[in-house]
Design a protein around this ligand. Sequence first.
Ligand code: COA
Length: 165
Amino acid sequence: MTAAAVLRNTLLAITPELPSDRAAVEALVLAAFGPGRYAKTAERIRERARMTLGLVARDGDRIVGSVHLWAVKVGEVPAVFLGPITVDATCRKGGLGGDLVAACIEAARQDGVGGVLLVGDPPYFERFGFLPAPDAILPGPVDRRRVMWLPVTAPVPAGPVMPVA
Ligand SMILES: CC(C)(COP(=O)(O)OP(=O)(O)OC[C@H]1O[C@@H](n2cnc3c(N)ncnc32)[C@H](O)[C@@H]1OP(=O)(O)O)[C@@H](O)C(=O)NCCC(=O)NCCS
C-alpha cells in the first residue's frame, strides 16, 4: 500500500453499520471468505446470537471494512464473539483492520463483558493481546489453535461457547 493510501486509511470514519449497508457488507465478506463461510462453525454461533455491534469503514460511499460482535457465554463467562472482520483487498495493510479490532475491544470494555472470543489467525490477532483459548469449545469442528481470547475482566475461560439471543 502506498503512503498516500495509508494516510487515507487513517482518515476513514469507522461508524455503526446501518440497515442500508447490509448488501455492501455481505459483498465485502463474500469477496474475502467465499460462500464456504456459511459452513463454518463460527456461523453456527452467529446465526443464533444477538449482534451487539456492527461497524463499517467508509471511503466516501464505499464500504471498505466491516466487523461484528455477537453476544455469547463461554461456560459461565459473558463475552462477545468477534467476526467476521474484513477489509477490502485494496485497503489492506494500512491499519484499518487494527482500527476495527481496537474499536471492538473498546466496545467490549464499555459493555463490561469478560472478554472477546474469536476464531482467527494467531499471528494477526496476538498483536492486540489475544491469547490461545483452546478450551473454549465451539459447537462444531474447529482448529482449536485458532480459538483466541482477549481478556477484559476475565482470564482465558473454558467451557462450551453458547450464543446469547
Ligand atoms: C485480516 C484483515 C482484516 C487485516 O486487515 P488490514 O487492514 O490489512 O490490517 P492491518 O493494516 O491492521 O494489519 C496489516 C498487517 O497484518 C498482517 N496480516 C493480515 N492478515 C494476516 C493473517 N491472516 N495472519 C498474519 N498476519 C496478517 C499483514 O501482513 C500486515 O502486516 P504488516 O503490518 O507487517 O505489513 C484483512 O487482511 C482481511 O480482510 N483479510 C481477509 C479476511 C480475513 O482473513 N479476516 C480475518 C480472519 S482470520
